[in-house]
Ligand binder design. Structure first.
Ligand SMILES: Nc1ncnc2c1ncn2[C@@H]1O[C@H](COP(=O)(O)OP(=O)(O)OP(=O)(O)O)[C@@H](O)[C@H]1O
Length: 319
C-alpha cells in the first residue's frame, strides 16, 4: 500500500536568543500508511511534539521533505495548506486548548463544518457526538461543564469533523485518570477501525503506547533510534535506549529499577558519534566516534546502533 505520509530527513533547528542553535528534530525519515497507528515515544524534550507539528506542517522544517497522499507539501503555500487542513488534524493533551470557553460543544463542532461549507451541519454534529460516545444533549453544554475525558471526546469529534485521513495526537490521554485513559484509547482504536484513520500518537508512556500503536518509533535527542512493529519492539527492544525506557517502567513483579543514568544531553551541543553513547550501558569506543545510521534489520525492525540487542535474524539477543 502506498504511504499516506512520507517524511524524509526532516530537520528543525531553532535559533536561540543568544545566537546559538538547537536541533529539535535531527533528520527524521518515516512513513505512515493509511489507517495505521504509529506511536512516537521518548523522554521529555526529545523532539516528539516538534516532529508532530512538522508532520502536519503546523511548523516548517529547516530541511527535509514531506509528502502527503502523494503530494509534496514541504513548501506548500498557506492557501494551499488550508485546503489540505481538513485531511490532517491535531489533538492536544490539554483538552481546553482548542475549545473556546464561551461557545457550546455544538458550536465547536459546527464551526469547522461551516468554514468548509459542508452541508447538513446539524445532522453531522449529532453524528459526531454519537461517534465519540457523547449524548446529543452535550451539544448545548459549555467546555467547563464536561469532565476531562468528555472534553477530550469533544476535541476528538472536532478533529474528525471534516473526515481527516491523518490525526496527530500529542499526549492525548496523559492529563486524564488511568481509567479514563483506557476509554479514550479505546475510542481512538474504534474510530481508526471505523473511519480508516491513520494516527500518530505522541506519548512518553509505554503502557499507553502498547495499547495504541501498530508501530513504534523511539526518539532520542531529535532522532529516531528504533522503529518497528509495536509488540515486537516492546517484547525485544533492539536499541539500548528502548531497553532502558522499558526497564524504567515500574512493575509489580520487581523492585523499582534505577533511573536511566545521566541527564539527556542538550540538543544545542549533542554528543559526537551515537547521541546515546554517554548514557549507554554497552557503549564501546566506536560509539563515541561514528554516528550509527538507522538501518533495517532482517525482520522489518530499523535500529540506529552499532551493537543492537536483537540479532539481524531477529532471533533473540546478541551477546
Ligand atoms: N520554539 C522553540 N524555540 C526553541 N527551542 C524549542 C522550541 N520548541 C521546542 N524547543 C526545544 O526543542 C527540543 C524538543 O522539544 P519538544 O517539545 O519537541 O520535545 P518533546 O519530546 O515533545 O518534549 P515534551 O514531552 O516535554 O513536550 C527541546 O529541547 C525544546 O526545548
Amino acid at each position: 500500500m502506498s504511504a499516506l505520509l512520507e517524511a524524509k530527513d526532516l530537520e528543525r533547528r531553532y535559533r536561540l536568543r543568544d545566537g546559538r542553535e538547537l536541533q529539535a528534530v535531527a533528520g527524521v525519515s518515516l512513513t505512515i500508511a493509511p489507517g495505521e497507528a504509529l506511536a512516537l515515544v521518548g523522554e521529555s524534550g526529545c523532539g516528539k511534539s516538534t516532529l508532530g507539528r512538522l508532520l502536519l506542517r503546523l511548523d516548517d522544517p529547516t530541511s527535509g521533505t514531506l509528502r502527503f497522499d502523494g503530494e509534496e507539501i514541504t513548501t506548500l503555500s498557506e492557501r494551499r495548506l488550508r485546503a489540505l487542513r481538513p485531511r490532517m488534524q491535531m489533538v492536544f493533551q490539554d483538552s481546553y486548548a482548542s475549545l473556546n470557553p464561551r461557545r457550546t460543544a455544538g458550536d465547536a463542532l459546527a464551526e469547522p463544518l461551516r468554514i468548509h461549507r459542508r452541508p447538513g451541519v446539524a445532522a453531522r454534529v449529532r453524528e459526531l457526538l454519537g461517534l465519540v460516545g457523547l449524548p446529543e444533549a452535550a451539544a448545548a453544554k459549555f467546555p467547563h461543564e464536561f469532565s476531562g475525558g468528555q472534553r477530550q471526546r469533544l476535541n476528538i469529534a472536532r478533529a474528525i469533523a471534516l473526515g481527516p485521513a491523518l490525526i496527530v495526537a500529542d499526549e492525548p490521554v496523559s492529563a486524564l485518570d488511568v481509567s479514563v485513559q483506557a476509554q479514550i484509547i479505546n475510542l481512538f482504536r474504534d474510530l481508526q477501525a471505523r473511519l480508516g484513520l491513520a494516527c500518530v500518537f505522541i506519548s512518553h508512556d509505554l503502557a499507553v503506547v502498547r495499547q495504541m500503536a501498530d508501530r513504534i518509533a523511539v526518539m532520542y535527542l531529535g532522532a529516531i533510534v528504533e522503529e518497528g512493529e509495536g509488540m515486537a519492539v516492546l517484547a525485544a527492544p533492539a536499541h539500548p535506549y528502548t531497553r532502558a525506557l522499558l526497564d524504567a517502567v515500574p512493575r509489580a513483579d520487581r523492585p523499582l529499577p534505577p533511573p536511566l543514568s545521566g541527564e539527556v544531553p542538550s540538543p544545542i551541543s549533542p554528543p559526537s558519534g551515537c547521541r546515546f553513547h554517554p548514557r549507554c550501558p554497552i557503549a564501546r569506543d566506536r560509539c563515541g566516534i561514528e554516528t550509527p545510521a538507522l538501518r533495517m534489520t532482517g525482520t522489518g525492525r530499523a535500529v540506529a546502533c552499532h551493537f543492537p540487542l536483537v540479532s539481524e535474524a531477529g532471533s533473540g539477543f546478541s551477546s
